[in-house]
Design a protein around this ligand. Structure first.
Ligand code: FES
Length: 229
C-alpha cells in the first residue's frame, strides 16, 4: 500500500488535466477500477487510474472544483483502494462517459495486453473535450458528443458490459441492457478506506460503501431508482 508524497507531472487539456507520478513499486500497482486518494492539507480526493507507463501512474482528472482546477504540484498519495473490475470475457462492451473514461481506459489497456477483443464506446459533452483521446494508449472504437448520448450508440441486443460515467448514463445503460455487467461508481469520499461511511449507496444487500465494497459493483446489485434520484 502506497502512502507517500509525490511530485506530479501535469498536462492541461482545458476540460481535463492528465496527472502522473511514479514510478511505484510493483506491489503498489493497481488493477483497473481501483483508485488512489490524493491529499493536500485538509483536502482529500479519490482518482481512478487511467493507464500505466513503466510503473508510472496516469490519471485523467476533470476540472470540477478548486482542487481539480488547480491540482497541487505535490500531493500525499494513498492506495490503491477499492474493488477492481473482475476478470472479464472476450467481446465485452466498455462504456464510458466524461471522466468515467479513466477506469475504462485502464481496463481497455489490460484487455489489449491480454489479446481479448472488446468494443469501447465513449461519450463526451463537447467536441473539444475529445483532444484527450490523443493522450490515451488505447482509443475508443466510437465516440458520441451531446446531444447524441453514448447510450444512443448501443447495439439493440444486450451485451455484457463494464461501464463508468455519470449516474444518468449508467441508468440509461441499465434500462437498455439490463443487469448483465459491472459498473464503477463515482462518489464523493472523505477517507477512501471504509471508515467514515460518507460514500454509501443503496444496494440489494443494504447500504454499501463505494470506497470499500466498490467502486465496482454488479449492475444487478444496485437499487437504480434510489441511486439516481
Ligand atoms: Fe469513508 Fe467511503 S469514503 S467510508
Amino acid at each position: 500500500m502506497l502512502n507517500e508524497t509525490f511530485k506530479l507531472e501535469k498536462t492541461d487539456l482545458g476540460h481535463y488535466v492528465v496527472v502522473s507520478f511514479g514510478p511505484v513499486a510493483e506491489e503498489n500497482l493497481p488493477q483497473p477500477g481501483q483508485f488512489y486518494m490524493f491529499y493536500k492539507e485538509y483536502v482529500k480526493k479519490p482518482f481512478s487510474v487511467a493507464f500505466l507507463k513503466e510503473n508510472r501512474l496516469f490519471f485523467i482528472i476533470k476540472k470540477v472544483g478548486p482542487f481539480t482546477s488547480s491540482i497541487p504540484d505535490e500531493v500525499r498519495v494513498e492506495g490503491p483502494y477499492g474493488k477492481p473490475f473482475p476478470a472479464v470475457v472476450t467481446n465485452t462492451f466498455l462504456i464510458s462517459g466524461g471522466a468515467g473514461i479513466a477506469p475504462i481506459c485502464f481496463l481497455a489497456e489490460k484487455l489489449t495486453e491480454q489479446n481479448l477483443p472488446f468494443t469501447w464506446l465513449h461519450g463526451e459533452s463537447k467536441a473539444e473535450n475529445l483532444t484527450l483521446l490523443d493522450y490515451l494508449p488505447v482509443k475508443p472504437n466510437k465516440v458520441s458528443v451531446e446531444p447524441t448520448l453514448v447510450t444512443d450508440l448501443l447495439p439493440k441486443e444486450a451485451q455484457f458490459y463494464c461501464a463508468c460515467g455519470p449516474k444518468p448514463m449508467l441508468k440509461g445503460l441499465h434500462s437498455k441492457w439490463g443487469t448483465n455487467g459491472f459498473v464503477s461508481l463515482e462518489e464523493r469520499m472523505s477517507c477512501g478506506f471504509g471508515a467514515c461511511y460518507g460514500c454509501v449507496i443503496p444496494t440489494t444487500s443494504g447500504y454499501q460503501r463505494v470506497c470499500k465494497e466498490g467502486p465496482v459493483f454488479e449492475a444487478g446489485e444496485l437499487l437504480w431508482q434510489e441511486l439516481c434520484v
